[in-house]
Design a protein around this ligand. Structure first.
Ligand code: ADP
Ligand code: ADP
Length: 236
């Protein structure tokens, strides 16, 4: 089945429709870049895909199951299989980077980060490995609050990698990174090689062209563009 599916999905804030009837099917192995101006509904769409937001109308399916039709526990199980990263990053400031990264093993991040201090040496090796992948090998024992915005973003991606979800939804995970680092970091997110699926919002079309297979354009809560990423041009 599809990994993500939306059918006529509407999300409204009062009278304002942040999503105004979206139909979308994302299949295993796809890497989707979501583009569109600020306020076009990108964050809202990603929240619905990850199960964090519930449609006011229409449906959201995860791995072929309608999230509104299954029970509470099944819903939790399905949503736990998606790695989600919001723009806020949800890092715990006062602990060392290592602990924020290890928290990826525990699912629900902020609450559980403190517990990650109890994890094993093997977990620490894994954390070191992913921190090296995102270009922060020196940051293992740094305090999270001392890092720059771009470094914090990479720590959050490292935590996502540790979580090991085959499906990832991330809201502008590379917005504070220079183009080269952004490309390298985005390339770490799941792709067809691992039948992994990634949906990410972005502001730079050239990044979408390089490491994604499909580009979606949003305007005022509607999908107005859906094409292979390599057909994307700068004016979109
Ligand atoms: P950007 O896409 O530039 O990061 P945001 O998505 O954070 O911007 O916000 C876009 C608009 O959505 C803003 O005008 C903001 O007022 C509104 N907005 C976002 N979150 C909320 C909220 N929780 N309550 C009310 N308005 C919100
Ligand atoms: P984007 O991520 O593309 O910037 P959003 O999904 O954040 O867009 O926002 C889409 C629309 O919904 C915007 O018009 C924004 O102002 C509005 N919006 C988003 N979150 C809220 C909220 N919590 N309360 C009220 N309006 C919101």
């Amino acid at each position: 089945p599809a990994v993500f599916e939306l059918r006529g999905t509407v999300v409204a804030y009062g009278a304002h429709r942040a999503l105004d009837g979206v139909d979308l099917v994302v299949r295993p192995g796809e890497r989707v870049a979501l583009l569109g101006p600020s306020g076009s509904g990108k964050s809202t769409l990603l929240s619905v895909l990850s199960g964090a937001a519930v449609p006011d109308d229409g449906a959201a399916l995860l791995f072929g199951e309608d999230l509104a039709a299954v029970g509470h526990r099944r819903r939790r199980t399905l949503c736990a299989q998606v790695g989600a990263l919001s723009q806020e990053l949800d890092l715990v400031e006062q602990v060392r980077v290592l602990h924020n990264v290890n928290a990826g093993r525990l699912g629900r991040w902020p609450l559980r980060t403190a517990l990650s201090a109890l994890l094993t040496a093997r977990a620490d090796d894994e954390a070191r490995r992913v921190l090296e992948q995102v270009g922060l090998p020196w940051a293992v024992h740094a305090r999270t609050e001392q890092l720059s915005g771009g470094e914090r973003q990479r720590v959050a991606v490292a935590r996502l990698l540790v979580q090991g979800a085959a499906a990832v939804v991330a809201d502008e995970p590379a917005s504070s990174l220079d183009p080269t680092t952004a490309r390298d970091v985005l390339a770490l997110l799941p792709s067809s090689a691992s039948t992994g699926t990634t949906v990410v919002s972005l502001h730079q079309p050239e990044l979408a062209r390089r490491t994604f297979t499909r580009a979606l354009g949003l305007r005022r809560g509607r999908v107005v563009l859906d094409l292979p990423a390599d057909e994307l041009r700068d004016h979109h």
